[in-house]
Design a protein around this ligand. Structure first.
Ligand SMILES: C[S@@+](CC[C@H](N)C(=O)[O-])C[C@H]1O[C@@H](n2cnc3c(N)ncnc32)[C@H](O)[C@@H]1O
Length: 259
């Protein structure tokens, strides 16, 4: 009896603390939800869509399915690809030099990787970055066969390329970016991994060209790439249009200048 008032004071204090805790928890949950709300806004689905895509649209463009399996591996390594795509011209346009640190995103079987690795050797290296471990395994075998030793494997996720930050001179994506299921998040990660002044290079099949027999969702216009990159601290440097099937669209990382 005698300590009842003390007890009720304690329970009032406890109630107040519990209320404050509940309010703070609700607020924290709301804050956690904010990125998800914006992310949901970033992407949309539509009633009608091209079945070659995943019915996920980003800045007006439908995202393509990720290609995989044996038919893809054979297609990436097809005899005649070099002539068809004029790969030597692409490598020339990259202007890589000994000592450069580069990344080949969505490297596949390593068709571009080993060519880049030779250009940056002996002091440079190339990160072969992929979403599919199966591709990295094949790529590893291909590098072994060619005696290429300056290639580092990097397995990423759909939202994170998993590369070291502020460390790359050049990042290339050959027929890859249009397959990213989360292009915004991936680009954020890629830009973070570039050094200031480092280059981000898109090699995308030319759209609306009857000589380029590629499914429309696996093509991208220069204008669309520029639109999507306008959200990032990047400056367009040049677009090379003289390859037969693809455009090479290059940006430079240029952080906002302090005022
Ligand atoms: C058409 S292949 C191109 C392969 C290689 N770049 C070439 O030209 O030979 C596209 C590759 O992008 C990869 N890819 C798709 N989404 C990716 C992502 N979010 N992160 C890393 N790789 C991805 C796929 O696994 C696939 O191997």
């Amino acid at each position: 009896m005698s300590n009842q008032p003390a007890q009720s004071r304690a329970s009032v204090l406890e109630c107040g603390a519990a209320r404050r805790f509940r309010t703070l928890t609700a607020l924290a949950n709301l804050l956690l939800l904010i990125p998800a709300i914006f992310a949901a806004d970033r992407y949309e689905t539509r009633a009608t869509y091209d079945p070659d895509g995943i019915n996920k649209f980003y800045m007006g463009r439908q995202i393509a399915h990720v290609v995989s399996g044996h038919p893809t591996v054979s297609w990436l390594e097809r005899p005649g690809r070099e002539e068809e795509e004029q790969t030597d011209k692409l490598l020339e346009a990259l202007n890589l030099k000994n000592g450069d640190v580069a990344a080949d995103i969505g490297a596949g079987t390593g068709y571009i990787t080993w060519r880049m690795a030779k250009k940056v050797a002996p002091n440079g290296k190339v990160y072969a970055q992929e979403l599919q471990q199966e591709m990295l395994d094949i790529l590893g075998e291909n590098m072994k066969k060619r005696g290429v030793t300056n290639v580092v494997h990097a397995l990423g996720t759909i939202t994170n390329p998993n590369l070291p930050t502020n460390s790359l001179d050049l990042i290339i994506m050959v027929d890859v970016y249009h397959e990213f299921s989360h292009p915004f998040e991936m680009t954020e990660g890629l830009v973070a991994s570039l050094k200031n002044g480092g280059r981000l290079v898109f090699v995308e099949f030319k759209p609306n060209d009857p000589t380029v027999r590629i499914k429309p969702v696996h093509t991208m216009s220069e204008a669309q790439v520029k639109k999507e990159m306008s959200l990032f601290p990047l400056q367009h440097v040049q677009t090379v249009t003289n390859l037969p099937m693809q455009n090479i669209i290059t940006f430079k990382k240029s952080p906002p200048q302090p005022k």
